[in-house]
Design a protein around this ligand. Structure first.
Ligand SMILES: N[C@@H](CCC(=O)N[C@@H](CS)C(=O)NCC(=O)O)C(=O)O
Length: 239
C-alpha cells in the first residue's frame, strides 16, 4: 500500500478482511508507539498514512476525531488511542510479552508519569511554551530522574528487563525526538548527561534493537515538519 499520506478526495483503500491495519502519520509519536509494538511483536500489517492537515472524509468513519493512530485488528474492530492500541496488541499477540507481573503496576505508573514529559515536549514544539530551551530541558530532566532511578532499582538493560517492555515502547518516540529540540529552537541543547548514565546506556541499547531501527525517523525531518507546521505549509510527503 502507498506510503503517501492520503488526503480529502482520496479513495478509501480496500481493506482486506482479517488483515490488521494501522492508520498513521509518518512523524506522529503516538502512532510511533503502535508501529514499535507491531514491529517488536512481528505482527504482519499494513500502514495507511493519513494527511492530518487535509483528512479524507472516509477516515472520519473510522476515527470520528480524525486522529492517528487507529488500528483495525483481524477481528475488524477499530481501536484508537496509542496506549489502548499497544495494550490490545499485547493481548492479541502475547509473544513477546510487554509486561511481567512483578513490575506491571509500576510500569503503568511510569507510563502515566511520562505523560508530563509528553505535555512539556508538545507545548514547546508547538510554541505554547515561551520559556528558553534550557528551562524546558531542566523541567524535563526533573521528571526524567525517576526513570534513571527506576533503571538503577531494576538493574536491567531495559525497563522491561533483559528485553524491552511496555515502558520502553511507550516512552521511546519522545526520547528519539528529543534530539530535534535544538533544531527547532535553533539553539544548542544542554543536558546534564552525568546525571543520567543509565538512561544514556538505555538509549544505546534501544537504538541497537531491530524494531527501533526499522521505525526510526530522521530527526531533521521531524524538526522540518514542526517548523513547516508553524509556517502553516505542511506537506507530509515531501519532508
Ligand atoms: N491521545 C492520542 C493522541 C493522538 C494524537 O494527538 N495524534 C495527533 C498526531 S501526532 C493527531 O492525530 N492530530 C490530528 C488532530 O488532532 O486532528 C493517542 O495517544 O493516540
Amino acid at each position: 500500500m502507498s506510503s503517501l499520506h492520503l488526503s480529502e478526495g482520496s479513495e478509501k483503500p480496500d481493506l482486506v478482511e482479517g488483515k490488521p491495519y494501522l492508520f498513521s502519520m509518518k512523524f506522529c509519536p503516538f502512532a510511533h508507539r503502535a508501529r514499535l509494538a507491531l514491529s517488536y511483536k512481528q505482527i504482519p500489517h499494513e500502514i495507511i498514512n493519513i494527511n492530518l492537515k487535509n483528512k479524507p472524509k472516509w477516515y472520519l468513519d473510522i476515527h470520528p476525531e480524525g486522529k492517528v493512530p487507529a488500528f483495525i485488528g483481524p477481528d475488524g474492530k477499530v481501536v484508537v488511542e496509542s496506549d489502548v492500541i499497544v495494550n490490545t496488541l499485547d493481548e492479541m499477540y502475547p509473544d513477546p510479552p510487554l509486561y511481567n507481573e512483578e513490575t506491571k503496576s509500576r510500569d503503568l505508573e511510569l507510563v502515566k508519569n511520562f505523560g508530563k514529559i509528553i505535555n512539556i515536549f508538545s507545548d514547546c514544539i508547538h510554541g505554547r511554551d515561551s520559556r528558553p530551551l534550557d528551562e524546558v530541558v531542566a523541567e524535563i530532566s526533573k521528571h526524567l530522574e525517576q526513570f534513571e532511578e527506576e533503571l538503577e532499582t531494576r538493574g536491567t538493560d531495559f525497563f522491561g528487563g533483559d528485553t524491552p517492555g511496555i515502558v520502553d515502547i511507550m516512552i521511546w518516540p519522545w526520547v528519539e525526538r528529543s534530539k530535534a529540540l535544538p533544531l527547532i529552537y535553533k539553539q544548542p541543547l544542554s543536558f546534564e548527561k552525568e546525571k543520567f548514565p543509565l538512561i544514556i546506556k538505555w538509549v544505546m541499547n534501544m537504538k541497537a534493537q531491530d524494531f527501533v531501527i526499522e521505525n526510526a525517523g530522521p530527526i531533521e525531518k521531524f524538526a522540518k515538519l514542526i517548523l513547516s507546521m508553524k509556517e502553516g505549509n505542511v506537506d507530509f510527503d515531501s519532508i
